[in-house]
Write a protein that binds this ligand. Sequence first.
Ligand SMILES: [Fe+2]
Ligand SMILES: [Fe+2]
Length: 342
Amino acid sequence: MAVEKKKKADVPEALNEEFYQINLDILESFSKYRPPLALFRFKEDVARIMPFCKGGDRLTNEQVELLPQLVEEGLMFVSRADHSIYVKHISYQLDLVLVDKNLRETEIADIFAQALTRRLSEFFDQPVAPALAKLWTDIMVLTEYLFHDIHRVRALIRRLHPQHSLPNHSFNCGVMGLALYARLHAQRFEAGDVKRKAFDHLAAGLFLHDLGMSKLPAFIREKTKALTPEERGKMQRHPQIGYEMLTKLDLRFAEVEECVSDHHERLNGSGYPQKKTGANIGENARLCAAVDAYCAMTVKRVYAEAQEPMKVVAQLTQDPGFDSELTRQLQAMVLANAAKPK
Ligand SMILES: [Fe+2]
Ligand SMILES: [Fe+2]
């Protein structure tokens, strides 16, 4: 006999200010007997929200049985005050971002920043296929989220990391690169003309562009004094090392390879490692080069203070090594972003 589904309860609108309703996907992501945060139940008879359990509490068998039912009826909530615990929880299972209708855009941006930076860090610590698979999955959640409404990238570029580290820098470049791409192709996005695969692969290329750096000893990466010629030689091999790593990891998408191997090439031939020029440097690599330089100069490093974003973009527009159309658009984007409240 079919069980009749209960209809959703009427819950006062005002509740959403302090709480948000959870759905079955979210519930299933919690440990069955020990939810990671306090749950609240809306009691229809008294029209009030009451505590159901504390975070980390062990639930009774009765509660465990009752919970899915209450969730289906729309009666279960978590407090927005537990935002930080919830963000952390969701960041481990990022696809929940796509099904949770209650999260605000700024909350989602926090979750992506946390999740992707952690995945990048895990992958750079151990650049092997399983870590790449996890990172890849999360990058694809991001592209799914952005492809649906590309303007969402704006909340993400307000969450750039201010301090340098390889994962922080990679996150910053990924987000800035996608934002710049969105700006360059705004009309094509509107017309539904952007190819999803190309967008996915560019995103992966941007986040992974410096993967070769993970093989360099930290003392070279973080050195506060000028590098010796030998150290500089090693450092400048990172695009090539990265390319070799992609081959070993069997990641063979043209956009990713281009970002990884050519992001230090410059249009006037002043770059490395191949000293390519002009038309020999593809669009993806040009974009990656511009945001890479911007991201490197605007954060605090062990050997240099962070530089003013507007000064950096102005400098880049004058640099013949970069694509002037790209640097002009980057300048306009940074200017527009600076004018908005955080
Ligand atoms: Fe690099
Ligand atoms: Fe870089």
